[in-house]
Design a protein around this ligand. Sequence first.
Ligand code: FMN
Length: 363
Amino acid sequence: ASRAPFSRLEDFESLAEKRLPSDVWEYYSFPSCSGFTLQENKRAFQRYRLLPRVLRDVSGVDTAATVLGSRLDMPVAISPTAHHSLAHPDGEKATAKGAASANTAFVVSSFANYSLEDIAQSAPQGVRWFYLIPQNDPARTEELLRRAESAGYTAIWLTVDLPRFGFQNRRDSRIESAEGKRFPNLTFDNAPSDVRSSEFSAYLNDSVKQPITWDDVVWLRKNTQLKIVLKGILSAEDAKEAVKVGVDGICVSNHGGRQLDGVPASIDALPDVVRAVAGKAEVYVDGGVRSGADVLKALALGARCVFVGRPVLWGLACDGAEGVHQVLQLLKEQLNLAMAQAGCSRVSDIKPSLVVHESYYLR
Ligand code: FMN
C-alpha cells in the first residue's frame, strides 16, 4: 500500500474543492438549512478529551475489528453517499476498490451511479453492504434484495432519517454535472432518463415508499437472511424499538447535517443509544469524523465502528480508487498512532474511561 501524500483529511478536502466543478462541490459539502448540525458534528468531537494510559506495552498495535461478522483492518468504514460518478468517472467502482484495498467495508447507496453487480465485480474480495430504498411495489423491493444477495452484499442498510425525498434546502437534483448519470439500484425500466428533470423527481415520488415505517423493517426482517442496519437513529427510544424488531446494527447519524437541522451532533447522541441497546445490537456512528483521535473518541464512547462520508468523496475526487485508499490508510495510521499514545494495543482495550467530556474540566 502506498503512503498517503497528505497528513490531514482536510488536505484532501482542499484539493477536492479545487478539482471539482462548483455545483458538485456544493452538492457534496452543503448542509441543510443553517448548517448548525453540520458544524456541531465537528465541534462536538472537540468537546471530548482523551485521558491516555501510560507505561503499557504498545509495541504491537492492532486496529483490526469485526463488524457485522466481517473482519476489517480497522473499525472505520464508508457511509453510503450518493452520486460517486460526479467525483470520478469510475464512481462507486473506484470507491469499492479503494475500500477493498484498505480491507474495510463500503455501504453502497441506492443513489449509486453503477449497478450493485458492477460494483461487486470491481472489487470481488471487498466487504459490501447495500443501503436499500424500499419501493411501493414489494415485488420490486424483493428484486433489489435478491440482486444484493446474489452479488455478495452481506447487509442491508435502511436510512431512517429520510421520511420524505426531494428538496432539502440544498443544491440537490439540479446539479448540472449530473447529466447522463443513472441510479441503476433505485429505478426500473420506466424511469425518465434525465435525473435532473422534474419528471424524474415525480417518478421517484411515485415509485419509492414514503415514508417508511417500523412495518417496513419488520417486512425486511421476514424477507431476507442478510443482516439489517438502521441508519439515522438519534434517540434511545428508537434504538430500543430497533432492538425489539431484531436489527443487527444501528448507526447513530444525522445524515452529515443534511436532514433535520438542529438535531444534536451524532457523537453526543451516541452514549444514550449505546446504553439503551445494552449489547443487543452493534452500534455505529457517523458525522464529522476527521481524524484517528476522533475515531478513538467514538470507540471509547461505545461505537463498534465509525463511518465516514465526505472524506471518501474527497479522496475519490483527488485520485479515484487510489485517493479513497489514501484517505482510509491515513485514518488507519492516525488511529494506530492515537491508540499507541493512549495505551491501547487492541480495539478491545479502548474503554469508556479513555474519554472525558470537557464539562468535567470546566466545573
Ligand atoms: N446517507 C444515506 O443514508 N444515503 C445517501 O444516499 C446519502 N447520500 C449522501 C450524499 C452526500 C453528498 C453526503 C455528503 C452524504 C450523504 N449521506 C447519505 C449521509 C452519509 O451517509 C453520512 O451520514 C454522512 O456523510 C456522514 O457525515 P460526514 O460526511 O461528516 O462523514
